[in-house]
Design a protein around this ligand. Structure first.
Ligand code: HEC
Length: 139
């Protein structure tokens, strides 16, 4: 019963989600180095606000979210992508912002209504970097 509700939720969105993963949003040769930059920079993803990655050279790394050290050993690229695009699809109560969700933003001023927090290409770069993090890189 709970499983059905989850499926209904997944298919209500604008992008197709299979189980707990999401296929590439755009075709490009993603750059792990660019993903690392987006992860750390305040003007970009600023994921370090909540996540720590052992060995990452960033002045501040928060702990509101789980450490992502070795995340590439725990999740597939498609699983990582879904969590960045819209973590609320897996946990409706999550505090992680949805970086690629368009629906449900009626309160937003018109020019921004169709904009997502990050672009599809930025998300692909992030996925490439995170997927490259193996457990042996840190802790
Ligand atoms: C406001 C805090 C916050 C920010 C900012 C944030 N996250 Fe998260 N993130 C979380 C929390 C909390 C979780 C745990 C999932 C949950 O809440 O159900 C999570 C989970 C994840 C996971 C899954 C981890 C696992 O072990 O399953 C990934 C991958 C992730 N975040 C990547 C990112 C990326 C990339 C960014 C930046 C674009 C980002 N997060 C920004 C709070 C945040």
């Amino acid at each position: 019963m709970e499983k059905l509700a989850v499926l209904a939720l997944l298919f209500a969105g604008r992008f197709a989600v299979a189980a707990d993963s999401l296929p590439p949003l755009v075709a490009l040769t993603a750059s792990p180095a660019e993903g690392k930059r987006i992860f750390a920079e305040r003007e970009a993803g600023h994921c370090v606000l909540c996540h720590r990655v052992a060995g990452l050279d960033a002045p501040f790394q928060g702990n509101l979210g789980p450490a992502l050290t070795g995340i590439g050993s725990r999740l597939t690229p498609a699983q990582i992508r879904l969590r960045i695009a819209d973590a609320s699809r897996l946990n409706p109560d999550t505090i992680m912002p949805p970086y690629y969700r368009r629906e449900g933003l009626e309160q937003v001023a018109k020019p921004y209504r169709d904009a997502t927090v990050l672009g599809a290409e930025q998300i692909e770069h992030l996925v490439a970097w995170l997927a490259s993090l193996e457990q042996a890189d840190g802790e």
